[in-house]
Design a protein around this ligand. Structure first.
Ligand SMILES: Nc1ncnc2c1ncn2[C@@H]1O[C@H](COP(=O)(O)OP(=O)(O)OP(=O)(O)O)[C@@H](O)[C@H]1O
Length: 261
């Protein structure tokens, strides 16, 4: 906690500065500059926390539309931070992000993004408040049908299973007509069967809508579903390609970080 000489606690002021930076940073994204088949372009992105310790070091990559691109690496290598930057939840010190928006985000624990008492109200909350009510209801209904969750429309969100919550969170994103989807360890809390179902379901959506996607995962088997794998280590990309191409780097990294993955 820090105080100025007049005794005013400065933390809120610092926080306000951060918020302003987030807004400016998002405004800098220029998806209109992207080639028609590209959904995301990241150039030389760097971030250090206030301690000065770098968390991302000059990251550059692009993701084409319709690609399932997974990011993998040891604990603390910067995966979630990268996703938060892409969603504008935090900001970079330098570099550039051009991302097609709206950007949909599904968290590891979807409970944190559910705010409404029933499934239908939750999905409706993703629709544009200014749109006519009939249109909003139709959008929410279609998203629930698309995610196979229509039969749960009146169910309390609190009573859903982990896999059902993931689908509802995805449906709430779908009504926003996302152009890019971020999935942060979405299968982590699911049993093996639900894990496969969620993965197939979410990949199906990315392919059907032909939008870009970036997935953080800790599960090696899931990488087999990826079109492309980016390997992060200590905030830098150390391999980028098909699973076959990155396998040697991944094995070596795994051997060095087995207890911390
Ligand atoms: N707000 C923050 N302030 C300071 N340090 C942070 C903050 N958020 C994360 N960190 C640190 O930044 C590093 C990267 O964190 P991040 O959550 O991106 O890693 P990760 O690769 O997603 O890890 P995991 O696989 O364990 O989820 C970690 O050392 C973490 O402790």
């Amino acid at each position: 906690m820090a105080f100025t000489s007049s005794g005013v606690w400065v933390r809120p002021i610092l926080h306000r500065k951060r918020q302003i930076a987030v807004r400016n940073y998002l405004a800098e994204s220029k998806p209109e500059e992207l080639d028609a088949d590209v959904a995301l372009q990241v150039n030389d992105l760097s971030l250090a926390w206030s301690s000065g310790r770098p968390v991302l070091k000059g990251i550059s990559f692009s993701v084409p539309k319709g690609q399932v691109c997974m990011v993998v690496g040891p604990n603390g290598c910067g995966k979630s931070t990268l996703l938060r930057l892409l969603h504008g939840l935090t900001y970079a010190d330098s570099g550039k992000i051009n991302i097609r928006s709206p950007v949909g985000f599904v968290f590891q624990d979807p409970s944190v993004q559910m705010l409404f008492p029933t499934v239908f109200m939750e999905v409706m909350s993703g629709t544009d408040e200014d749109a006519p009510m009939e249109e909003r209801v139709e959008l929410a209904t279609n998203a629930l049908k698309r995610t196979g969750m229509m039969h749960l429309a009146n169910k309390p969100t609190l009573n859903l299973s982990g896999g059902q919550k993931q689908r509802i969170a995805t449906a709430t994103m779908l009504v926003r007509r996302p152009q890019f989807m971020l999935f942060d360890e979405v299968t982590a809390s699911l049993d093996p069967e639900a894990r496969v179902q969620m993965l197939e379901f979410a990949i199906g959506i990315v392919k059907e809508l032909n939008i870009g996607s970036l997935w953080v995962t800790h599960v090696y088997d899931e990488l087999e579903c990826a079109d492309r794998v980016i390997v992060l280590d200590s905030g830098a990309i150390i391999a980028d390609g098909s699973l076959e191409e990155v396998k040697p780097t991944l094995s070596d990294l795994w051997a060095r970080n087995e207890g911390d993955w």
